[in-house]
Design a binder for this molecule. Structure first.
Ligand SMILES: Cc1ncc(COP(=O)(O)O)c(C=O)c1O
Length: 366
């Protein structure tokens, strides 16, 4: 059986080093916001090409705190793609703002800059873009819209560590870039973890306070913050894995290229590759009108797959009151037809060639 992912195997090469840093962590006895967090923050900022990095407890909190740091007026509207993972939308709702869903491009699955302007109203304050599946959004037109309408740009980089647009890393285009280090991500911790990168010193200082009960100085709070500190031990693990992130992204890219060159089944829609937009293939998805049958066919042939995501945000029970009566046909089409194929560090060239062959035989075996 070819698994979709196996974290035990994916993390096996780092096990000895994980044990070493755990030993010294145990000996030091300083568990919260110590050297490892600070070192990771410096290293991740440098990796992204950002001035500052603030370690946060999760990707969701990184989005939520990015919004809080901007001090937006009550009732602000935030534009967000209609096909993102639910966390993006919940960060807006929980921060007390209104998410306004924008249809993606059916080719790139990222927010379509052409669909944005009609939704910019007097209360619109920000665009929260998502580099979905590891593919950077089309940043030139997005930056242009944000500048012309004086909107903040917040980047959800949870799926795109190290991805670049015209040579510049994601996370460095907006006022903040929010990262998740959920264990399955390209840079994954051994538990929950996240970070925010920014070039804005004022925002960076505020975020450091916001993640720690709003306090810059111990026991004195300037803001109503929360507890969302990056865990010291997770930071130590992440430092080890960060050194291998480019290698991992290169491996995933080589697997993605095999899929792109060997899947020839005419009803399968492959992801688009665009010059200057370097995908890090967090997810390699294909689309097919009979997605569920295709998933079954792969499983029968020993290949496990996933669906990212089976139900569009506006159809989630939790969101029905918010998006009542609204339709997002492109998003629905993506959710109905998308299928994620194995593309992990645990997979070999041979695995991917086999999966491509199974896909190519789909309709003839029906
Ligand atoms: C696009 C996107 N945004 C936000 C998140 C939230 O990250 P976390 O699970 O670390 O809170 C995730 C990952 O789960 C994600 O994929």
């Amino acid at each position: 059986m070819i698994e979709y992912e196996n974290l035990n195997r994916a993390n096996a090469p780092y096990e000895d080093r994980f044990k070493e840093v755990f030993e010294s962590f145990l000996k030091r006895g300083r568990y919260i916001l110590d050297d490892e967090v600070e070192l990771f923050e410096n290293e991740f900022a440098e990796y992204c090409g950002s001035k500052f990095c603030i370690g946060i407890a999760s990707g969701y909190d990184a989005l939520y705190l990015s919004l809080l740091a901007l001090d937006l007026p009550k009732g602000s509207e935030i534009l967000v793609p209609s096909n993102t993972y639910i966390a993006t939308i919940f960060s807006i709702l929980n921060a007390g703002f209104k998410p306004v869903l924008i249809e993606p491009s059916i080719e790139t699955y990222n927010i379509d800059p052409h669909n944005i302007e009609p939704h910019i109203l007097p209360l619109t304050r920000a665009i929260m873009i998502v580099h979905l599946y590891g593919k950077p959004c089309d940043m030139d037109p997005l930056k242009d819209i944000a500048n012309r309408f004086n909107l903040h740009l917040i980047e959800d980089c949870a799926q795109a560590h190290g991805a670049t647009y015209k040579g510049k890393k994601v996370g460095t285009f907006g006022i903040t870039g929010a990262f998740s280090f959920y264990p399955t991500k390209n840079l994954g911790a051994l538990g929950d973890a996240g970070a925010i990168v920014t070039d804005n010193e004022e925002i960076a200082v505020k975020l450091k306070a916001l993640r720690n009960y709003g306090s810059e100085k111990k026991y004195y709070s300037q803001y109503i913050g929360i507890n969302s500190r990056l865990d010291e031990l997770q930071a130590a693990f992440l430092r080890i894995k960060l050194r291998h992130l480019d290698e991992l992204n290169a491996h995933k890219t080589s697997l993605a290229n095999i899929y792109l060159n060997s899947i020839v089944q005419e009803n399968i829609v492959l992801p688009v590759v665009q010059k200057g937009i370097d995908n890090v293939w967090h997810i390699f998805n294909v689309r097919h009108p009979r997605r569920d049958k295709l998933k079954e066919h792969l499983l029968k042939n020993g290949v496990k797959t996933e669906i990212h995501y089976p139900l569009a945000p506006h159809k989630q029970e939790a969101c029905l009151t918010w998006f009542k009566g609204l339709h997002f046909p492109l998003s629905e089409e993506i959710h109905r037809t998308t299928l994620s194929l194995p593309v992990s560090v645990i997979h070999t060239k041979k695995d991917i060639e086999y999966i491509a062959q199974v896909l190519n035989h789909f309709e003839s075996e029906e």
